[in-house]
Design a protein around this ligand. Structure first.
Ligand code: SF4
Ligand code: SF4
Length: 179
């Protein structure tokens, strides 16, 4: 039984309020999924596949260029590989990019090589990334649901109030799993 999909939410204020209101329910759901998969020895790959399918459906209806909420609020983790593309896009030398934009101390606190210096992101112009083709890998990957969604789930649900894709995927997953 598939259940009826909840309406797709795209309004950021409403999503923040709904995520707060659903907080306890979501935490209980996280434990439920973990328990069921453990007890019934369901393959994690099946959960990954289901979540990827739902994420593809949701993402097709959400326009990140009208949102940019992650660029305004999240810390961007960096690796050394992110520096050369940024340097080319900014017409700076790689050491200058590191000096101006990479916070290594904050990165160490987050277990990262570095993080982008400021929040909101200094490269955000309006709701658009001014250097989109050169954006760091973590920006490309966000929001990442897999591999191993079951393991990542407690961390992913923390983004429900911020990211419309995460919010809608988790609410649809609740329905799909008969919660
Ligand atoms: S680099 Fe671009 S995509 Fe990444 S956070 Fe900044 S504005 Fe957003
Ligand atoms: S990834 Fe989420 S928070 Fe970021 S722009 Fe897209 S919908 Fe908005």
């Amino acid at each position: 039984m598939m259940g009826v999909w909840p309406p797709l939410e795209t309004d950021l204020t409403r999503i923040a309020a709904l995520a707060r209101a659903h907080h306890d329910d979501t935490q209980a759901f996280v434990h439920y999924v973990d328990l069921v998969w453990e007890r019934e020895r369901r393959p994690d790959a099946a959960l990954d596949s289901l979540v990827e399918t739902i994420a593809a459906e949701v993402s097709a209806h959400i326009d990140c260029t009208r949102c940019a909420n992650c660029c305004r609020h999240l810390t961007v983790g960096l690796t050394p590989a992110d520096v050369p593309p940024l340097a080319r896009a900014l017409r700076l030398s790689p050491p200058d990019v590191v000096a101006r934009y990479v916070d290594k101390k904050a990165g160490a606190r987050e277990g990262e090589w570095g993080v982008l210096c400021c929040s909101p992101c200094p490269f955000l112009q309006g709701d658009l990334c001014s250097l989109y083709p050169a954006r760091p890998q973590s920006c490309r990957d966000y929001p990442a649901f897999t591999p191993d969604f079951r393991w990542l789930m407690p961390e992913i649900v923390k983004g429900m109030g911020l990211c419309p894709i995460i919010y809608n995927v988790i609410e649809r997953l609740k329905v799909r799993l008969g919660w």
